[in-house]
Design a protein around this ligand. Structure first.
Ligand code: AMP
Length: 215
């Protein structure tokens, strides 16, 4: 299964990708997670990306291309993959096509998780993330059993620095500038499916599983 999850920040790409990766035993490739890890480790890429991410802007395509190339040279992708957060621009979609072509791979499914601004802002400004396993929670919609502690691995929960309302609005604006060209890119492939991601995470997951079973 070679699957891409598209959609605005907060549509649930990370949540769905994590659950699917577990269910289908596939690598979950989140470009946001890779970048955050680089920031944490203080790598050259992390230093370049940090300020850009805090402003809610996009890391330049050339840096992303290098990063993706590296990630796709890991042999674990032979099993398949769930790509979350990439591509975000048309040049990135072209880059992904090139990388896959080089490896003799094809995309099986492109799922567009569509969500309204109102829902996104509520979701992201209340989101909590586990510092150890990356699981997502929400202060009111999906609270952990013990405040500040991850249910599954007991890691501590934190709020991402870009999950404040000002940065979320900027991220949405940036997203909207790019999305139509991405949709256009995948529209004719017959692999693009749009789901209403304002619905609950479990319903959306079941719909994705249904689509992936048909591949
Ligand atoms: P995410 O975790 O997917 O919401 O990504 C967090 C931030 O990382 C984004 O707001 C961007 O600054 C950066 N980022 C993640 N993926 C990409 C990408 N494909 N292209 C450019 N920037 C990205």
């Amino acid at each position: 299964m070679h699957l891409v999850l598209l959609g605005p920040p907060g549509a649930g790409k990370g949540t769905q990708a994590k659950r699917l990766a577990e269910k289908l035993d596939l690598p979950h490739i989140s470009t946001g997670d890779i970048l955050r890890n680089n920031v944490k480790l203080g790598t050259e890429l992390g230093k370049q990306a940090k300020g850009i991410m805090e402003k809610g802007l996009l890391v330049p395509d050339d840096l992303m291309a290098k990063m993706l190339d590296e990630r796709f040279s890991n042999p674990d992708i032979k099993k398949g993959f769930i790509l979350d957060g990439y591509p975000r621009t048309l040049p990135q979609a072209d880059c992904l096509d090139r990388i896959l072509k080089d490896k003799g791979l094809n995309l099986d499914l492109v799922i567009y998780l569509d969500s309204s601004d109102e829902v996104i802002i509520k979701r992201l400004t209340g989101r909590l993330v586990c510092s150890k396993c990356g699981a997502n929670y929400h202060v009111t919609n999906m609270p952990p059993k013990v405040q500040g502690v991850c249910d599954s691995c007991q890691g501590s929960l934190y709020q991402r620095s870009d999950d404040n309302e000002t940065t979320v609005r900027k991220r949405l604006e940036v997203y909207k500038q790019q999305v139509s060209s991405l949709i256009e890119h995948y529209k004719n492939s017959g692999k693009l499916h749009t789901l209403n991601a304002d619905l609950g995470a479990q319903i959306v997951l079941e719909q994705i599983i249904e689509l992936s079973a048909k591949v």
